[in-house]
Design a protein around this ligand. Sequence first.
Ligand SMILES: NC(=O)c1ccc[n+]([C@@H]2O[C@H](COP(=O)([O-])OP(=O)(O)OC[C@H]3O[C@@H](n4cnc5c(N)ncnc54)[C@H](OP(=O)(O)O)[C@@H]3O)[C@@H](O)[C@H]2O)c1
Length: 180
Amino acid sequence: MKISMIVAYGKNWKIGINNQMPWHIPEDFKNFKAITSGHHILMGRKTFESILSISAKHSSSGVGKPLPNRTSLVLTRGEFKHDDVYTFSDVQEAFNFARANAEEELFIIGGANIYETLFPYVDKMYLSEVDYDGEADAYLKEIDFSTWDLTEQKDYDAILNEDGSVKTPAWKFKVWIKKD
Ligand SMILES: NC(=O)c1ccc[n+]([C@@H]2O[C@H](COP(=O)([O-])OP(=O)(O)OC[C@H]3O[C@@H](n4cnc5c(N)ncnc54)[C@H](OP(=O)(O)O)[C@@H]3O)[C@@H](O)[C@H]2O)c1
């Protein structure tokens, strides 16, 4: 089973603020959905709670749900439980669960804590580099790209509002594979 990591980061490796993404880039979300759909996704308890709170805001019932069409695996050292997700206190147990379900590519989807702990296991990275230098309180650990090969890149321009302010920042999507 391949282990992949998917993350969007701004300048200085910024990835979050107040347990949310610091920017809103619909095209990046679409991309994330296309890449991860049908797969097991592994996340920390805080990122899962962030997903639930976004989903609750968009739901008429006000109840948040896990991301659809994916099997959510949530890491917690506590008693956290939620319907429709599998919780694990041990990383290897989560990996084994995905393997036992014949997963071929498991996606690590955050947050800061989980990216840092699981980075040594990652074979492939799907990175969105966002032109954002605003507020943040969650960061990715700096990546040394010398041990990775860039296999794909697509650049996206910023989208501006009528008054010239930035609606969505410019970003670059890059795929990296670990060198042998
Ligand atoms: N830009 C992006 O692409 C992106 C993607 C995802 C998330 N984010 C951002 O990242 C931030 C959240 O990151 P975070 O570091 O605060 O939280 P996190 O990594 O999402 O979750 C941390 C929690 O995971 C559990 N955990 C961590 N390591 C574990 C281990 N080895 N075994 C078992 N459980 C473990 C613990 O849960 P318990 O406390 O329950 O024990 C811990 O408190 C938010 O701002 C979010 O928006 C950004």
